[in-house]
Ligand binder design. Sequence first.
Ligand SMILES: O=c1[nH]cnc2c1ncn2[C@H]1C[C@H](O)[C@@H](CO)O1
Ligand SMILES: [Zn+2]
Length: 360
Amino acid sequence: MTPPSAEVVRRAPKALLHDHLDGGLRPATVVELARDCGYEGLPTTDAAALGTWFRDAADSGSLERYLETFSHTVAVMQTEEQLARVARECTLDLAADGVVYAESRFAPELHIERGLTLPQVVEAVLAGCRAGEAEAAAAGTPIRVRSLLTAMRHAANGREIAELAVAYRDRGVAGFDIAGAEAGFPPTRHLDAFEYLRRENAHFTIHAGEAFGLPSIWEALQWCGADRLGHGVRIVDDVDTGGDAPRLGLLAAYVRDRRIPLEMCPSSNVQTGAAASVAGHPITLLKDLRFRVTVNTDNRLMSGTSMTREMQLLVDEAGWSLEDLRWVTINALKSAFLPFDERLELIDHVVKPGYAALGA
Ligand SMILES: O=c1[nH]cnc2c1ncn2[C@H]1C[C@H](O)[C@@H](CO)O1
Ligand SMILES: [Zn+2]
């Protein structure tokens, strides 16, 4: 089968479940906001050089070092105007990239350094997303964006952020997440938040199996009850590929049998050392084994990436076909924290016709 051309990959409809708002700013916006608010910590005020700096600094091979780069983006996301601008630009950038549905996550607790309350943070982001959606629709690139509220796993605000996610569930917040350094901070630290969310019939995903292995994934699923796994890449440690056919251990079999969505982020994983290369990234093995795989950007600024680029890398370096891209897009929509009828509408009326028009 001939691989899809770059133009076809660019035009293909995309769905994105794992994208951090504070990891996706335009470099020029970081420079401008820093100048306007007097933040003097940027390594350079040249936008192009700053974009390169983020990529290089995030290329550290360690999740902890990778996360240090966020101090610069979080520093310029401390007012309602700043947050709304970043959310609007995020929405426009995703729409221009062919994304028709996105879940954008951020940690409200990181944006209260200059006096905003947690609800003010959430409302500013939601307003920015709605403004971006209206502009994208007017430009002929409609997109639906939902927000996920993240609690930082090293902190102790899980329950409060979970309550915030429930309070805003009808106003654009679709779920909850925990993020940050994984080693030493197991998801059960936030068990009360997850138990609360389950009682509220709310949705959540957990970053797990990125910088730490199977025990983290096991806790996220079997103790916390995660609907989806952020990354989950280390589930391959429970797949034995040494014999004639791959053999799944109990946890890997559970993940596949239960169709647990894996929010996989190839470039980000190469940067943090969770995978050696895109060519060798476990996403291709897991796709071939029919796990519920999805393709995501994680942090577009730190990886210098986009959905088009992640998909193109999989085509170029791991032999993916247009049918594979269609499959992961439908997987993402099946796994979205949207009501079933909205998911179905996007699959049947946007994604399937979009790929059919491209020859899939
Ligand atoms: O890939 C990641 N793993 C764990 N934590 C992450 C990752 N990308 C971003 N974060 C953190 C840093 C951000 O400040 C926070 C909220 O988006 O989430
Ligand atoms: Zn992430």
